[in-house]
Design a protein around this ligand. Structure first.
Ligand SMILES: [Zn+2]
Length: 154
């Protein structure tokens, strides 16, 4: 089981597949194809959801060059738990095209309140900080792909 991804001081920690070096990459740098600071191999973008708090989410939305799909969820919510593996699978397929993030609303409420999230699971797609699409409830992966399709340039 891979460790969860988080933002550390606003940067993503990406482990180099070639030399194992951990590299701190700002979200804005993900689209430009980051390379390892030690061996200069290409760093693969994240392939699993980032687990964020309110401050981390705000920072990611403000800085990410890629679209960000955010899952507002809670551990007591059955449909949220069923959505988790769907989101993980989608994060692998959307690698390099979007960032997938999760906010646990039982621990972090500020962003959810600000965005008017009143029931979970609630998926919101952002691009350049702006909300593009919102989807409530448990949905299959093709719905996530459909949401993302509207964010990408034609
Ligand atoms: Zn390396």
């Amino acid at each position: 089981m891979a460790e969860p991804l988080a933002l550390v001081e606003g940067k993503l920690l990406l482990t180099c597949g070639a030399c194992g070096q951990k590299n701190a990459v700002p979200p804005a740098g993900l689209r430009s194809g980051p390379v390892c600071g030690r061996c200069h191999a290409d760093l693969a973008p994240p392939d699993r959801p980032l687990e964020l708090d309110d401050a981390g989410l705000e920072r990611l939305l403000a800085e990410s060059a890629l679209p960000v799909l955010v899952d507002f969820w809670g551990p007591q919510c059955g449909p949220c738990r069923m959505l988790a593996p769907i989101l993980e699978s989608f994060a692998r397929k959307a690698r390099g095209r979007a960032l997938i993030a999760k906010v646990d609303t039982s621990r972090h409420t500020r962003a959810a309140v600000r965005l008017g999230v009143s029931s979970i699971p609630c998926l919101i797609l952002f691009q350049r900080g702006q909300e593009l699409r919102r989807q409530l409830g448990l949905v299959p992966e093709r719905v996530l792909e459909g949401m993302l399709a509207c964010a990408l340039p034609a």
